[in-house]
Structures are given as C-alpha cells and as structure tokens.
Ligand binder design. Structure first.
Ligand code: NAP
Length: 510
C-alpha cells in the first residue's frame, strides 16, 4: 500500500491519520492512502511566495519556456508508465489515458513555443502608448507584470495530467510559483509527474509544490497577491469564491465548473451524409470517451423532430458496439468511472434523470466488481421546459436527446436553458441557419464547434480543448476562462496603466 506524500516547502511530507483511500477504479480495491492533516499549508504558501516567486520571476519568458519544454519532454519519455498509472487508478483505457497524458505534454509544448517567441523579457507591454489629452508629451501605457503571490491550482479528478499541466503552463510562463492540488481520488498521475520533474531537477526551488489530500485550511492563508484557479463542481467553486479570506483580499478566482454541453443537428443535414456521420460519431465519442467524465462532453443532443427516429436508431446501434469492461483488456472501449464516489454520483444522477426523461437505451451486463456505470441514452420531448435535463450534469456516460422544431430561435432557447456551458457543437452547411444558431448560442457558451461538409475529416472533435483557444464558459460553467494562447497568461498578471513622459515610457517599455 502506497502512502502518498505532499511536496511542500522543498520536502516530501506525510499528513497524519485518518487517511483517505485511493482506489483502483477497475477492481474497487484500495491501492493507496493519503492525508493532508497537520501539514502547514500557510508555511507552504509563504515558501512559494518567498522562494519560488523570485526564482521564476527572475527568468525571462524564453527561460521559463525552456522549463515547460523540459517538463513536456519528461511526460513524453515516461508516457507508458503514466498510462499504466492512469489505468490503475482511474480505470482509463489506453486511448482515454492518452487523451489526458498526451494533452498534458502537448499543452506544455504549445506554451513552450509561445514563450520562446516572447523572448528575453520578464513582463509585457499591453498595447501601444495612448494619448489621452492634447499633449503628446504626457501619455499612457498599459503594462502586464506577474503578481507577487502564489497561484493556487485546485484540480478536478478527471484529468490528473492535463488539468495539472494546462494550468501550470500558463502560471509558470507568466512568472508565478504554484501550489497544485489534484483531486484526491485520482492523484497518482499528478504525483508521479511532480516526482519525475523533480528527479530531473527541472524547476527552481519553491516554484512548484503539490498538495496530495484535502485542501484543509489552505484558503485561510491566501493573500492579496495570490490567485486561485479551480476546476471542479459548481458547488465547490462557490465555496471557494465565498471563502472569507478570498473575499477579504478580493483574491481572483477562476472557476471551470459543471457544464451541460449541447450538440445541435441542423435541419439541412441528410441521413448518411458526411455531416450526419460526423455528428453521430461525435455524440457517441463524447458519451463513451473517458466514460463520459469530460467537462466538455455532450450532455444534450438537439435534433429536428423529423429526424429523431433515425438519429435514435443510429446512436443505439453505435452504442451497442461499445465494449464495456476491464480497460486493460484489448478491445475495451469504455472503462469504469474514476472511483467509488464517482460511481455512486453517476448512478444517482442516472436514476434522477430517469425521473424526468425516458431511457432509450442502457448498457447491460456490466462487470459486477469495480466502479462501472452504464452508458445510457435518454430522450425527452419537453424541449426547453424539460426539468433536470438542463439543470444537473450527470458526470458519466449519459446524454439526452431533445427533439425540437429545428428553428434557430427554439434551438437557441434550448441551449440557453443549460445556464451557460463550456462547449457546444453545431452541424450544418446551411449558412443563414448556422449563422443564426452559432452567434445566437455564443453568449451562452465558451466554445462552439461547427461541423460541416468541408471539414468532416479534419476537425479535432467537440470535446478536445486546444491550448490556442479559450477554455471556459459563462454562468453554470463557472464564468472562467483558461488557455487561449497568451490570453491564458493574463490571468496571472496585474495590468497597470502608467502615465508618464513619452520618451521615458518608451525607455521603460524598450
Ligand atoms: P469537486 O468535488 O468540486 O472537487 C474539485 C477539487 O476541489 C478537488 O481537488 C477537491 O479536493 C477540491 N475541493 C473540494 N472541496 C473543496 C473546498 N472546500 N476547498 C477547496 N478545494 C476543495 O469536483 P470533482 O468531483 O473533482 O469534479 C467533478 C466536477 O468537476 C464535475 O461537476 C465537472 O463538471 C467539473 N469539471 C469541470 C471541468 C471544467 O474544465 N470546467 C473539468 C473537469 C471537471 P478533493 O478531491 O480532495 O475533495
């Protein structure tokens, strides 16, 4: 039995009893334990600010980028080991594990390239000089400098590699030290990554600390120059935003939370066309990849009512082909959910959803041992008026068909009922209809994936988050925004307007 330690204040530290169990999702057996009890988290934050802050800020963007490149290379060279750990802890199939691990390496590599392009600076000018009075002599200039605190990263259980790295890439490149806290249930991959980077001596002291276990009193110690970047459930996000110390210092909190992502089939799309196939493949992939435990997964499938029967029949046929079982066995396409808590939550969510929508199809004959949850397709004819479907995210292999008129206004109303989401997809070649829908749903979603005939074989998929594009969404999705190239760094910076003599400002900015 492994006893997992946290890496704080430059050393590996174990918390005291009672311990929290980590399970194998495939067998349900306890494989490790951890505790953060008794760890001095105030000291860890102070250590990061005092030791890690100056160390990372003293590096140029190009030097920080070099660190990210090395971190990415370590992931690539230990890929198989990381995939094994992911399977052991989370029950991921090889493909599901790669989505997380390769995504982590790719995001670090993307920011390494971006940082190299920012060159030998340690901060940035934001825009050009601004003349704000009749005088050309006394002007203004915005600058972006790294905050002097520590970035606290609190991550969800479902992407222990990618979630750690997408946040780290932006914070480290921006010039902030980090204390990262993975979801406890699946912390093994995050822990191993930090061990590997440490063994290679990549990061200066204090730049990265890892808390394995519950957050404890961590937030009691946040200060006015810190920031918190959180991924997880909406309820935890609200607790963090409302924490007295966070409120006292107006600590910025970025929240990526629950999301009832929608996928819309355009009325122009004919059965058996390329776009039709693309739509069906994406829905099935989103329901089954990582057993539906993706923040961007499609939860609501909006189709023209006259196509409902064909869509339903084709989705069921494809879902029936999914092989659910031990992720270590060749041919398995859907593994268990990440652990016993997640299994309990998903099954409770499926039961609740079944009170408000009809089950079209549900997988049968699942393994009795391990944390399995049955892929389930629902349907409701209630559209925007449907209850539960638009309000509660079942974070597993489930989605609901919503037939409607297909009119742009009705589609927009149904998408909007989700209260704000991370991603939506629209499938159509009818420009006026698609234009109305894409722009109509844009205020309710952080990213819109528009599938059409010319890109049917080129798209990266509804659920894939690209580091060059923003990830986040309004309302229920947390109101946050991460990644998006350089946009993802600005979160860690203070934007300051400097008013001064034109020549002196030019000298400052260089
Ligand atoms: P969660 O229970 O909210 O936990 C998320 C993280 O917050 C974990 O590290 C958890 O630690 C920590 N945490 C819990 N209570 C806390 C508190 N009071 N103060 C500080 N930290 C606290 O969510 P989850 O079960 O891991 O993830 C599932 C949810 O995340 C789903 O609803 C999904 O929609 C959402 N999600 C969103 C995105 C996105 O990008 N928007 C991505 C993935 C998941 P412990 O593990 O130690 O409890």
């Amino acid at each position: 039995m492994q006893n997992l330690k946290s890496f704080l204040c430059g050393s590996w530290q174990a918390g005291s009893d009672p311990q929290t169990d980590l399970h194998s999702a495939t067998s349900g057996a306890v494989i490790a334990q951890t505790s953060s009890r008794g760890l001095d988290l105030g000291a860890a934050l102070a250590y990061g600010r005092r030791v890690g802050g100056p160390a990372i800020r003293s590096l140029t963007f190009a030097q920080r980028a070099d660190l990210l490149g090395k971190m990415s290379a370590v992931i690539v060279s230990h890929r198989d080991e990381l995939l094994d750990i992911s399977e052991l802890n989370m029950g991921t199939t090889r493909g599901d594990g790669k989505f997380d691990v390769d995504g982590a390496a790719g995001t670090l590599a993307f920011y390494a390239k971006l940082g190299a392009g920012l060159g030998d600076r340690t901060w940035l000018a934001d825009g050009d000089q601004i003349q704000f009075s009749r005088s050309k002599r006394f002007v203004g200039q915005h600058v972006l400098t790294p905050r002097r605190g520590i970035a606290i990263h609190i991550n969800a259980f479902n992407f222990p590699a990618w979630n750690l790295c997408e946040k780290l890439a932006c914070a480290l490149l921006a010039g902030l030290p980090v204390l990262a806290k993975p979801g406890t249930a699946t912390a093994l991959v995050s822990l191993r990554l930090v061990q590997l980077w440490q063994a290679e001596n990549i990061l200066p002291d204090g730049v990265l600390q890892l808390l394995v276990g519950s957050a404890g009193d961590l937030l009691d110690h946040v200060g006015p120059q810190d920031c918190i970047v959180f991924t997880g459930s909406g309820s935890t996000g609200r607790q963090i935003k409302g924490h007295p110390q966070v409120l006292l210092y107006n600590v910025p909190v970025n929240v990526e939370a629950d999301s009832l992502n929608a996928s819309v089939l355009g009325p122009d799309v004919l059965p058996n066309s390329d776009v039709w196939t693309m739509f069906l493949s994406e829905v099935v992939r989103e329901m089954t990849q990582k057993a539906g435990q993706k923040c961007t997964a499609i939860r609501r499938i909006i189709v023209p009512a006259e196509r409902l029967d064909e869509v339903r029949a084709e989705l069921v046929a494809r879902l029936q082909d999914a092989r659910i079982g031990d992720p270590g066995q060749q041919g398995t396409s859907v593994g268990p959910v990440a652990g016993p808590t997640q299994q309990r939550d998903v099954i409770a969510g499926l039961d609740a959803l079944a009170q408000h929508a009809e089950i079209v199809w549900q997988a049968q004959g699942l393994p009795t041992q391990g944390c399995y949850a049955p892929p389930t397709l629902f349907v409701t004819t209630q559209g925007a008026a449907a209850r539960y479907v638009h309000d509660h995210e079942v974070f597993g292999p489930a989605a609901t068909l919503l037939p409607c008129s297909g009119q742009a206004d009705e589609v927009i109303e149904i998408v909007a009922r989700g209260g704000g989401s991370l991603a939506a997809s629209v499938y159509s070649d009818d420009l006026p209809w698609a234009q109305a829908v894409v722009l109509g749903i844009a205020p309710y979603t952080g990213r819109v994936y528009w599938g059409s005939a010319k890109v049917f074989d080129q798209g990266c998929g509804h659920g894939a988050v690209m580091p060059a594009l923003v990830h986040g969404g309004p309302g229920k999705a947390g109101g946050g925004e991460e990644l998006g190239g350089e946009r993802g760094l600005r979160w860690y910076w203070q934007r300051t307007a400097i008013q001064a003599d034109t020549q002196l400002l030019r000298g400052l900015v260089g």
